[in-house]
Ligand binder design. Sequence first.
Ligand code: NCD
Length: 280
Amino acid sequence: MFEASPLSEYPKPLQYLTMATVFFEPSTRTRLSFETAIQNLGGQLLTVENASISSSDKKGESLEDTIKTLNAYADGIILRHPEIGSVDRAAAISKVPIISGGDGGGEHPTQALLELYTIQKIKSKVDGLKVGIVGDLKHSRSHHSLIKLLSIYDVELYLIAPKVIALPEEQLAELKKLGVKYRVLDGWDDVIGELDVLYCNRIQKERFKFIEDYQAVKDKYILNIQTARKMKKDAIILDPLPRINEIDPRVDTDPRAKYFDAVKNGLYVRMAVLDYIFAS
Ligand code: NCD
């Protein structure tokens, strides 16, 4: 007898439902974890990868018309699109739920949920933690969404970035309004030894207007073994991935490096999101 596959053990809240994953920007983890989640929960899958080339977007169709069309086939849509606000635009006209897979340099809410789940699971708490967020705070949607989500908790945020890619003023103003404890820093030397969590992300090359600006900051923060040595013994290192060169691959075997463990958590969290929305 074969051992029962875990797949058969999951409840099937998506049985008889069709989910569409429509990605206008590249993705490995977000799309594939959503697609695995959909299938684990018994749903039918429609997938449009490279939507900017393979859908009628290429012919000039508006996002709104694409979404109206998908409403005829799908009971839910997972959308990734390069424009900030695109997911809200889609949600405003869609008759079926739209789940964000990331809107340009805006937000990436399910990524934040999986990082939060990973932090909570390892540290058994979120309140009281010192969290360093380092890199491209201007363009990284993963950074934006985690900062927003952590603002609900009693954390101390260390926002580490050079001025040209610092967190946008409106987002800082929001943190102020919410009374979140935060510090804006240009380097990590003074704080690296105090952090409970370090959240890295690649510098988002494709979002820069001028390539020279990217070149000037692309290697500003690289977490290598020497720097990791300065971190607390029980700190955790996260990165939404893809990793470009913000973390030296030799750090991967450090027990504090949790970015690949978080990938698996992404599957469970996206299953939970789908179950929350669609289980009747
Ligand atoms: C991120 C994204 O696409 O925003 N990756 C992801 O979804 N896991 C991060 C990135 O592209 O740098």
